[in-house]
Ligand binder design. Structure first.
Ligand code: E4P
Length: 216
């Protein structure tokens, strides 16, 4: 399972990329707003850090298909690595169809139902992003939605990639990997939680302490 960073913070992007942890970055308007910089500047910085084989997801703001298509074309023109994020709305599907017919990679985002994922795939989306944590927040099970979409896509031979979003903790990550989800996007905190382990720290400290006993 590929890991993407769900952040527009350039220090986090650099750290996660240099760790070899990520092959993509996802943003949304809320994530961009936290950086207090112009959208184009933030996106440019992320594209500069990320390597050739990576993907950078950027979301449209328009709510009508015409506006989404216009924004999507402008975003895609910035780099072949850009994936245009379009909300799972009726107007969004129209934009997904138009942009994907032009060969632009599109991710249908804010997906909260398997039916939305099926329509996204039919419209030509390269990616669909179910929001795991936000479903958990309202007492539903975000992992179950991912499992449903995986099962349906496999049964139907659909090759739209599933990007599990709104990932909140390491257990989400292991469960998503177990069910064969293609990509999980998560905050830098979760990547750090995935590698941190007090047993590893204790073992390394013990090795260094014992090494002091080796005659020099
Ligand atoms: C990423 O593509 C999504 O926009 C993001 O994961 C949403 O996460 P949140 O529910 O933690 O805001």
């Amino acid at each position: 399972m590929r890991i993407f960073l769900d952040s527009a913070n350039i220090d986090e992007v650099k750290k996660a990329y240099e760790m070899g942890a990520i092959t993509g970055v996802t943003t949304n308007p809320s994530i961009i707003s936290r950086e207090n910089k112009k959208f184009d500047d933030v996106l440019g910085e992320i594209l500069d850090v990320m390597g050739e084989e990576t993907l950078v997801f950027a979301e449209v703001l328009a709510l009508d298909a015409e506006g989404m298509i216009k924004e999507g074309l402008a975003l895609a023109a910035k780099s072949p690595n850009i994936v245009v994020k379009i909300p799972a709305l009726p107007e969004g599907l129209k934009a997904v169809k138009a942009l994907s017919e032009k060969g632009i990679k599109v991710c249908v985002t804010v997906c909260f139902a398997a039916t939305q994922a099926i329509l996204a795939a039919n419209a030509g989306a390269s990616f669909v992003a179910p929001f795991v944590g936000r479903l958990d927040d309202i007492g539903e099970n975000g992992l179950n939605l991912c499992a449903d979409i995986r099962e349906i896509f496999d049964a139907q031979g659909i090759d739209t990639k599933i990007v599990a979003a709104s990932v909140r903790h390491p257990v989400h990550v292991t469960e998503l990997a177990r069910m064969g989800i293609d990509i999980a996007t998560m905050p830098f905190k979760v990547i750090n939680q995935m590698i941190a382990n007090p047993n590893t720290d204790r073992a390394v400290a013990g090795f260094l302490k014992d090494w002091e006993k080796v005659p020099k």
